[in-house]
Write a protein that binds this ligand. Structure first.
Ligand code: SF4
Ligand code: SF4
Length: 178
C-alpha cells in the first residue's frame, strides 16, 4: 500500500496534487522539521514534499541561507533546519509547488504559507477554503498575508489553520472562484 494513503484515503486519491507527491510517493523522503525546533521557530520552517529524483534545483539555488541542498541535480532536497529562516523564497521558486513554510508558534492556530498562482488572488482577512492534497476542502482559514517574495508573479499566501491541519492543508480556494 502506498505510504501516501496514510495521509489520503485511497478513494480520494484523485488527480489534484499540491506539489509533486503522487500515490506512490515515499513519505519517508519528504523534508519535515524536527518537532522541538519547529514549535519554537518564529516565521516557521520549510516542509518540502519532493520525494522524486528529478533534475531540478531552484529550491537550492534560491535559498538565501544555503539551507537546502540538491546535490547532485537529481537528488532529493535535503534541509539544514538550523539555517532555515522561513523566508518563503523557496515556496515561490519551486516549479513543482512542493515547498511550504509552516509556522507552529501561535498558541491557538498555525500558519501555512503556500504557493498560489491562481486568480482571483485572495485579500488579507478573507476566509477561504483550505484544500488537502486531493483538492478536497477540509477546513476554512483566514488569509493573514499575501506576499510575493520573489516579485515574479507567484504569490505566497499565509493562511491561518486550526492546530492539527498543518500537514493536511496544501492549497486554498477563494470562495466563489473557479
Ligand atoms: S524558507 Fe527561506 S531559508 Fe528556509 S529553506 Fe526556504 S528559502 Fe531557505
Ligand atoms: S525546486 Fe521544487 S521540485 Fe525542484 S527539487 Fe526543489 S523542491 Fe523539488
Amino acid at each position: 500500500m502506498s505510504k501516501l494513503s496514510n495521509l489520503i484515503p485511497p478513494d480520494e486519491q484523485v488527480s489534484f496534487w499540491s506539489g509533486v507527491l503522487d500515490p506512490e510517493s515515499n513519505l519517508d523522503l519528504i523534508s519535515v522539521p524536527p518537532e522541538d525546533l519547529w514549535r519554537e521557530k518564529r516565521a516557521g520552517l520549510v516542509v518540502i514534499e519532493c520525494p522524486q529524483e528529478i533534475p531540478c534545483n531552484p529550491c537550492h539555488t534560491s535559498c538565501p541561507t544555503g539551507a537546502i541542498k540538491v546535490e547532485p541535480l537529481t537528488a532529493i532536497p535535503k534541509v539544514n533546519y538550523d539555517l532555515c529562516t522561513g523566508c518563503t523564497i523557496c515556496v515561490s521558486k519551486c516549479p513543482g509547488l512542493a515547498c511550504f513554510v509552516i509556522d507552529k508558534t501561535p498558541a491557538d492556530y498555525s500558519i501555512v504559507k503556500l504557493p498560489y498562482e491562481m486568480y482571483p488572488v485572495p485579500k488579507v482577512g478573507e476566509v477561504v477554503d483550505c484544500l488537502d492534497r486531493t483538492g478536497k476542502p477540509v477546513v476554512e482559514g483566514e488569509v493573514l498575508n499575501v506576499t510575493e517574495p520573489s516579485r515574479d508573479g507567484t504569490k505566497v499566501i499565509w493562511v491561518k489553520v486550526p492546530k492539527g491541519f498543518e500537514m493536511t492543508v496544501r492549497a486554498i480556494k477563494v470562495k466563489g472562484g473557479e
